[in-house]
Design a protein around this ligand. Sequence first.
Ligand code: ATP
Ligand code: MG
Length: 335
Amino acid sequence: MVKIMRVAIVEGDGIGKEVIPAAVEVLDALDLPIEKVPLELGYGKWEKCGVAIDEKDLEILKSCDCVLFGAITTPTDPNYKSVLLTIRKELDMYANIRPIKPLPGLVGVTGKNDFDLVIVRENTEGMYSSIEEIHDDVAYTKRVVSRKGSERIARSACKLAKDRKNEITIVHKSNVLKSDTLFLGVCREVAASEGVEYRDMLVDAMAYSLMSYPERYDVVVTTNLFGDILSDMSAALVGSLGLVPSANIGDKYAFFEPVHGSAPDIAGKGIANPIAAILSMKMMLEWMGYEREAALVESAVEFSIKENITTPDLGGSSSTSDVGKLMADHIRNNL
Ligand code: ATP
Ligand code: MG
């Protein structure tokens, strides 16, 4: 018997409302046993109801296997609680996974196309522990690194590495931050016990090296803040923010979203690139075990670029929905 997967579909705000429908159109073309559960969350909901996400929403999310998510506008209003942080915490999705892989025929800031790496970022502790003390003249943020947190992210990285080149690069700043001595030590122990090759890099040297020699890296594992910065920076390696997908994975739930935000400057114009959302949906298919279908989605993405059916960020003149339609047709023709 095939398990029917329940997927919460959260379009969110801004271009989330454009790129997610395109990704869903491509998903529908695959005709898989998936139940879609639409859910409204975010700034739009907050403006209407005074909350961006409530207990009932969390219950619905927990009743699903995973979430396909667009983007949410986070206002600076101090009363607004971040939807993403709430979901990550409630569903304990501790691994943020970002593949940085250029599409055929496209290059980013380095002009290179010969690399394929994945950044694995710890998602629940580090600098984003929310343990803070604010006074008039001084403010503290506690950086939390636990054995348990480091172990589980190191295991996620090793699991990924085994399907790739069986090597990880551990990124840290242990010469200055004693908490990273623990992180580095635990990652080394886990890699050794899993039989995965490992090396380590200081984060500052890594920033330079990633932008100069991305081809030297495969699976990169690091703590929360360093991972946040390195993964946004690495998006520049592939060309457009509109191309980079991501997954947040825990032991039970998973959450798939494009790296870009709600991009209010281009929202409503129908010109947002849906590829990041479509590749996030592809990561969802891989997580579900639909490898063949995931490969088909990737070939549809490559087909759209080959046919020059692209949005303006890639130099084309097609709309978000044109791109989604072309890919959905390509899939139906090749199923
Ligand atoms: P948010 O506050 O929700 O993160 P933002 O203003 O930071 O929104 P981002 O979505 O992070 O905007 O993107 C930054 C810029 O990159 C946007 O202003 C937009 O011009 C461009 N951009 C982002 N995503 C896409 C996309 N899918 N297609 C085309 N351009 C994009
Ligand atoms: Mg942003």
